[in-house]
Design a protein around this ligand. Structure first.
Ligand code: ANZ
Ligand code: ZN
Length: 881
């Protein structure tokens, strides 16, 4: 048979697709729309196997939906702002812009060589001026809508480099470049008001039934809704006897007669177990104390050494400072509680103050044990005796009956919470409150390679938005990274030359912060729909394409990216830019989400070094010895096999897609990453797996080259019988299952059906309509997976136009009902042959057919048939003597 040469065939079809512009999505189509999108890549410079898998999955969906009659939008672009470009510029002396756009050019070629059905006419990079100009417009609209504000917030400050660091630039509490101990500093920053949508973002999750459950749970946890109460603890009398605290508190209590502290709690039922109040080090009272008491100031400084993240705070050892202030217990006449400052209380949550109930909260218990504060149990677990119960070292947070709790005694947890809130409300020192863990999104970055924040800072008018007709605020190209810090800030002219206040006209300065790059990826899906270009974008078209029907990407984006995008979409709707009133998914940008597994590969390391010591070697340099040990071919040194893990440069287990494309072709690379395991699981890259995929593509081609029938691939063999009928049945059954597999994102099961159909066809001898019907199904079924091979096969068997334009084959339901049976034929109890007959064939006809069977006749020979026993549906036995 003719040889299949992917290196020749694939580019040929790619140029046909390109010349005919077949992947362009038409805004004005009458067909129903389908928007398929994969998370767009960061232009690091190389595409990796993870990209291939991600985009191959989206491509299967896009091509399949096209065959189903949808107008498909399947775009591609680049998430191109961000720190790595600046780091590369610093390391190599180049420019972030050049680095970025060179990388994009590097990556576009292999991406196109993979033959994805992408509408490249809509390509953009988020660092394109046109893109960030629109982003600046959005910023201003958000500002008008009250979704943007400025406030003081903590940043990681590197005191040696004099610069703000991102969380990932702080390693073990030290600056990644300077090695200096990082400090927490307050700085004025820009925020997006995502908390306005906390409840809506939470509720919206309910309707996202085509999202993985675990992603919805992670988002819900991140939003972190808590229902509880705020409680006011009034200050008790000053019990300090020595100055300076005595004077300080006297003065405070005198000026602030109704002074006190408000706490947020989810467990007001445990109020009788309270033994202290704890303030965040950043609580206004803590700051006031620090301003007046050196030891309080020293304590705050100590706390500032701990990182800003919640995880840092949760794992740090508990630290406390007894302020000497006391508050009154709201339920117990005469009882007072000491007020401490504690490092485990966050200012950004609730009221920045808590009441501590050590018996029923682990943090409080750790704190109480360390500082010798009372531990009083008020919830009695079932089966425990109130007289002897002791919590020990583990706080009890479960269900139980309240005791030692006055009017709450005997109630369970939820009744106790209700009763306590009722009482607090009645006594007018608190109310029920809902809190969200979600914080507003700090978007200021003191860096160059990002979208400039379109704001002018005026000495008189404060922060003033840049008027829309003065957009874009463009990034200067002539920058220097010689000084640490933000190049926009150091630029000789950019921030001030010719800059005047839009309100009062006085000389002013530009904002030098740029936007968090998560903002760039929060609306790019709309920009694709609106065909963003240098002329702007069409928001009406964007609205029509949204929501994305199928989004595919990594689970590492389960929280931030997806949440920010969901927030942005709501903001864009509220600003009137997007209109999703047609969508059954409300303000949701992604109707369906699939999170794919990674591509893993074996790792090997030199056996005479420890694995940690960077002794990794390239898997292709390793060979197996006969005894199962491994050897490093270039050096002859012994090698041990490490774990099979995600491909990563540092472990030297990366496979370059370019090499696979050159060696085997794009189709084989695509087929491999889709065929070997369920899409949500990791797939292990193996040489044998790739060779298997390559052999399979040959097998399909051989079936096609062995075909001589003049019927086309749209043939329907409606009067087929015998083997032809069997083939039809197999083909339609396979079609039904593989279609369901694509619909349910179980591509590996579709692949299994395709194997089966290919095997059946390669055994089938007939050159008839049944062959062509099955082949037509096969070629169209492989088209989403191996589009080049499919086009070549389609044209070879006389398919009309392109297989890309061919409709998805339709299952013939008649072929799915199993109406034939196989009856074994015995002569004198020995099996001689079998009959394939319709289920409902009458007995006398079965007898006739049985006697006419060649093998049966041979076995009867000269004997006389005495009896024929037909057991319906089971067996035929002929007795002959
Ligand atoms: C008293 C209490 C007693 C509490 C008890 C728990 C158990 P979630 O569910 O996460 O909302 N808390 C409140 N504000 C805080 C802050 N700014 N920093 C650290 N902790 C804070 O947690 C609510 C609980 O976390 C609140 O309920 C409070 O401690 C604490 F047996 O109040 B609880
Ligand atoms: Zn002004």
């Amino acid at each position: 048979p003719e040889k299949y040469n992917a290196a020749e065939v694939e580019p040929r079809w790619q140029s046909v697709w390109k010349a005919r512009d077949v992947y362009r999505a038409h805004d004005d189509s009458d067909k129903p729309k389908f928007y398929a999108l994969e998370m767009f890549p960061y232009p690091s410079g190389r595409i990796h196997m993870g990209h291939v898998r991600n985009y191959a999955m989206g491509d299967v969906v896009a091509r399949y939906k096209k065959a189903q009659g949808f107008e498909v939008l399947h775009p591609m672009g680049w998430d191109s702002f961000g720190m790595p470009a600046e780091n590369a510029a610093i390391a190599t002396g180049g420019h972030p812009k050049d680095w970025t756009y060179n990388n994009i050019d590097e990556m576009r070629t292999p991406m196109q060589r993979l033959g994805f059905a992408l509408d490249w006419s809509r390509e953009f990079a988020t660092s394109d001026v046109a893109y960030y100009k629109e982003q600046q417009r959005i910023f201003l609209k958000f500002w008008e809508k009250g979704l943007v504000y400025r406030k003081t917030a903590k940043v990681n400050w590197d005191p040696v480099d004099n610069t703000v660091l991102a969380n990932e630039q702080v390693i073990d509490g030290k600056g990644w470049r300077s090695g200096a101990v990082v400090e927490q500093r307050d700085m004025d920053q820009w925020f997006y008001k995502i908390t306005n949508y906390a409840e809506d973002l939470l509720k919206g999750l309910d309707g996202l039934d085509r999202w993985p459950e675990k992603v919805r749970t992670m988002q819900a946890n991140w939003i972190g809704k808590s229902e509880g109460a705020s409680i006011w603890f009034g200050f008790a009398e000053n019990t300090e006897t020595s100055s300076p605290k005595k004077e300080l508190f006297d003065e405070a209590l005198a000026t602030d007669q109704d002074g006190g502290i408000e706490v947020f709690t989810t467990r007001p039922d445990t109020l009788f177990g309270a033994s202290f109040l704890a303030l965040s080090p950043d609580h206004p009272y803590s700051k006031w104390l620090a301003n007046n008491l050196p030891e309080a100031e020293a304590f705050r400084a100590e706390c500032a050494k701990i990182g800003t993240s919640e995880a840092d705070i949760a794992t740090a050892p508990k630290l406390g400072f007894d302020t000497g202030l006391r508050v009154k217990h709201p339920f117990v006449e005469g009882a007072t509680l000491p007020v401490w400052i504690a490092n485990f209380v966050l200012m950004g949550y609730g009221t920045g103050a808590v009441f501590g109930c050590p018996a029923h909260d682990q943090r409080d218990l750790d704190f109480a044990r360390k500082y010798d504060l009372p531990v009083k149990a008020v919830v009695l677990p079932d089966g425990e005796d109130a007289a002897t119960y002791d919590v020990g070292t583990e706080a009890y947070t479960g269900e139980g009956k309240l005791f030692n709790s006055g009017f709450l005694d005997g109630l369970n947890k939820s009744k106790g919470i209700k009763a306590a809130i009722h009482k607090i409300t009645e006594m007018d020192f608190g109310e029920s409150v809902t809190n969200y863990r979600l914080r507003d999104w700090g978007v200021s970055r003191q860096r160059y390679w990002g979208c400039p924040i379109p704001v002018i800072k005026c000495g008189d008018c404060g922060s003033v938005p840049v008027p829309e007709d003065q957009l874009p605020v463009e990034l200067p190209y002539d920058i220097s990274f010689e000084k640490p810090g933000n190049p926009l800030d150091h630029h000789p002219t950019w921030k001030s030359e010719g800059v005047t206040c839009p309100t009062c006209g006085k000389a002013a300065e530009r904002e030098t912060d740029t936007l968090d790059t998560f903002g760039d990826s929060s609306w790019y899906f709309a920009a694709f729909g609106g065909s963003l270009s240098a002329d702007g974008m069409d928001w009406d078209a964007a609205s029509k394409w949204l929501p994305v029907d199928q989004y595919v990407g990594g689970v590492e984006h389960a929280v931030l990216h997806l949440l920010y995008a969901r927030f942005f979409t709501r903001g864009l709707i509220d600003c009137g830019l997007l209109d999703l009133s047609h969508s059954q998914f409300g303000g949701e940008p992604f109707a369906g989400l699939f999170t794919q597994g990674m591509v893993t590969h074996a790792t090997y390391a030199l056996a005479d070094e420890s694995i940690e010591k960077d002794s990794w070697v390239l898997p292709e340099d390793v060979d197996a010895n006969d005894d199962g040990t491994f050897v490093h071919l270039p050096t002859g040194r012994p090698v041990i096999k490490g774990d099979i893990i995600k491909m990563s440069k540092s472990k030297k287990n990366v496979v370059d897609p370019n090499e696979i494309i050159q060696g085997y072709g794009a189709d084989v690379a695509r087929w491999f990453v889709l065929s070997d395991s369920p899409p949500e699981r990791d797939v292990e890259w193996t040489e044998s797996g790739v060779i298997g995929a390559w052999r399979f593509s040959k097998k399909v081609w051989n079936v096609v080259s062995d075909t001589t029938s003049a019927e086309g691939p749209l043939a329907v063999a409606s009067d087929a019988s015998g083997d032809a009928l069997e083939l039809r049945k197999l083909a339609h059954r396979a079609l039904e299952k593989l279609t369901a597999g694509i619909e349910a994102f179980r591509f590996n099961t579709s692949v299994a059906q395709i194997y089966e159909l290919t095997n059946a066809l390669s055994k089938y001898k007939g050159q008839d309509a049944a062959r062509m019907e099955a082949l037509g199904i096969l070629i169209r079924a492989i088209a989403p997976f191996m589009p080049h091979l499919a086009e070549e096969c389609w044209s070879k068997v006389g398919g009309e136009d392109l297989v890309y334009h061919a409709p998805w084959p339709v299952v013939d339901p008649k072929m799915l009902v199993d109406d034939t049976i196989t009856l074994p034929l015995q002569v004198n109890g020995k099996r001689r042959s079998e009959l394939n007959i319709p289920k409902d064939m009458p007995k006398d006809e079965i007898e006739k057919l049985a006697l006419a069977d060649e093998a049966v006749q041979r076995s009867i020979g000269d004997a006389t048939v005495r009896k024929i026993i037909v057991v319906p549906g089971r067996i035929v036995n002929i007795v002959a003597k």
